[in-house]
Design a protein around this ligand. Sequence first.
Ligand code: HAM
Length: 416
Amino acid sequence: MISAPRGTRDILPAESWQWAFIVRTASQVMDSFGFREIHLPVFEHTELFARGVGETTDIVEKEMYTFNDRGGRSITLRPEATAGVMRCAIENNLCVQGASAKLWNWGPMFRHERPQKGRYRQFYQIDAECLGIAGPMADVEIISLSLELFRRLGLKNLEVVINSVGCEKCRPVYRQKLIDYFSAHKESLCETCLDRLERNPLRILDCKKEECGKIADGAPDIFDSLCPECREHFAQVRAGLERLGFPYRLSKRLVRGLDYYTKTAYEILSGNLGAQNAVAGGGRYDNLASAIGGGKIPGVGFACGLDRVALVMEEQGCSFGEAPAVQVYCAALDEASRGDVQVLTHELRKAGISAECDTAGRSFKVQMRNAGNCRFACIIGESERENGSVAVKDMKEGSQESVAVSEAVRYIQDRV
Ligand code: HAM
């Protein structure tokens, strides 16, 4: 038996309608904020992620699905969406001469991580990016957008954690401070953090190991190193969040796993997820465009994990709206009626009524069992064929009426 690769899973009908609800809700919220949907390739040139996400990130170093295609080009299954959105904006001139673009997309992402609850190798993100705007109001819009999505989905007990990771002016200074500080604590750092010390010391702040965490708690505070511009930007973001009434927690240890961030970084955490507790993450990335060769396009965005949101909603007993159900089941009492039953099903569908009939030659008894999930059953047998009628059974009330075939569609239309 060939099974699905580790870290991937099949989303079956019992779950897929819940996903559809989440995506539909996201689409409505995005529309209401003026974000427009785009569709992007799921694979890109490897260089896009190496330069965009960053050579020293775990994603690029260890987690990408990279292969040479038949033309010998290095291709990578996208591990995230932001670099692709920026590539798309540059390639399609969406942000020329100061224009801005508010774009969203959703779909599968691929990371070769160790699978666990809420962490998969193929997972799905709903992603929104606001390109071309440098000011802090855009950051507040993005955080507000993510929170409105979760409010509409009914998620409870979420925590917003924010930080500023500085810019190309102030981060090198902070980076050096961290190298100096952590070098003095080398003996207590885990192997991964030792490896990060020179290459990406900010990531040590994010280490989940207890020992490293203790040392990171005492690390120099990034807020003390921010340049006046970054400091002012962060103050404005915080003021904006406060004006909108969004509580948040400041965390100097929130650095995120992607190198493109500048200034604002944030995550939304849920208590329902165990170790993989982020339902969304995002922030500002003013240098991503230039890193991938596209000049100066500031940006800010977020992505939420669809798999994780569905998990949390399930655990919190959130509503996914109504499960899809077919309204009418058309059943044949005898073999000779099967054709008429399919015609009636067709007429109902043309009138916008969802309808099903048996196409597998199942017995009347089995057909009626299936009809149990529907609002009405339309039954045709020999006598109905003879007098041009259909027996309409109300599956809720149990009552039954004989209706002329020509009237059947209208009869049901009036009652569903
Ligand atoms: P990220 O924090 O890597 O950010 O991912 C965003 C969200 O995707 C996470 O909070 C989580 O819910 C979900 N996620 C990530 N990895 C997995 C996984 N292996 N399995 C299941 N869910 C996962 C980004 O990807 C950035 N591109 C976000 C962003 C957009 N920043 C600016 N704009």
